[in-house]
Design a protein around this ligand. Sequence first.
Ligand code: KIV
Length: 264
Amino acid sequence: MSKITSSTLRTFKTEGKKFTALTAYDASFANAFDSEGVDVLLVGDSMGMVLQGHNDTLPVTVDDIAYHTRCVRRGVERALLIADMPFMSYATPEQTMINATTLMQAGANMVKVEGGHWLLESVKMLTERGIPVCGHLGLTPQSVHVFGGFKIQGRDADNAQRILDEAKALEAAGAQLLVVECIPAPLAKAITDALTIPVIGIGAGADTDGQILVMHDVLGISSGYIPRFSKNYLKQTGEIRSAVRAYIDEVTQGVFPAEEHTFS
Ligand code: KIV
C-alpha cells in the first residue's frame, strides 16, 4: 500500500482519475476512512461547528487543530493528512511560521489556509521552508462576516475573474493543492483546467479533480443546516464503511456531485 502524497494527487489529475477527501477529527473515523480508500483527510476547522457546536469556525484554536491532528494521525496509514490553519493563526508571517510548524509537528503532511492575494508571501515562505500548502478559495468560512453569511462566491464576472487570478497566483507562489468551496461549476472547471496542481471541490460541481465533504454531512448527523451540495450516504447504505465506499464509488464514477448538488 503506497502512501498518498501531493505527487500521487498530481498523477491522478494527469490521468483524469477523480479522488476523494473527507474531514476527520479522531483516530477511529480516520482509520475507517483511510482503510476504505479515502485519499485525503482534512482536520478541518469545521470542527468549530460539527464538534464544538458553534455557529461558525472562528472560535477554533491552533491547540484544537493540533490535538485533533495528533488523534487523526494515529489512525492514518495511507491518506494525505491536511491540517487547517484556524482563524487569525496566519495573519502575520511570524504567527504563520510558528503555527504551521505546530501543526506539522502534530502529524500533518500539509497545512491549509484560506485566502488569495494577501497570502502569497506566506505560501512562498512556508513552501520554501518545507511546509506544503493547500490554498482555499471561494466561500472561505473564516470570512463569513465579511461575506455577510455562508453565500456562494464568484457569481458575477469580476469576482469570478478575481478568484481565477488568485488560484493561478497561489499555484505560482508554491501551493500544491487548492480547495474551492461554493462557487459556480463553470468557474470551478475553469480553475481546474487552468492549474497544474490538483483542485478539490466542495459545492463546486463535478469537474474538479477531487471532491471533499464534511464527514458529519456524509453520515447525516449534522444538526441544523444541511448544505445543499452535500449528500447523506449513511441513509442509502445503513452502515458507516459502506457509506464511505459509496461516496468513493460515486466520486470516482462521476455520479457525485449531481446536478442537484451544483451551483450553475
Ligand atoms: O474546515 C473544513 O472542513 C473545510 C472543508 C469544508 C473544505 O475547510
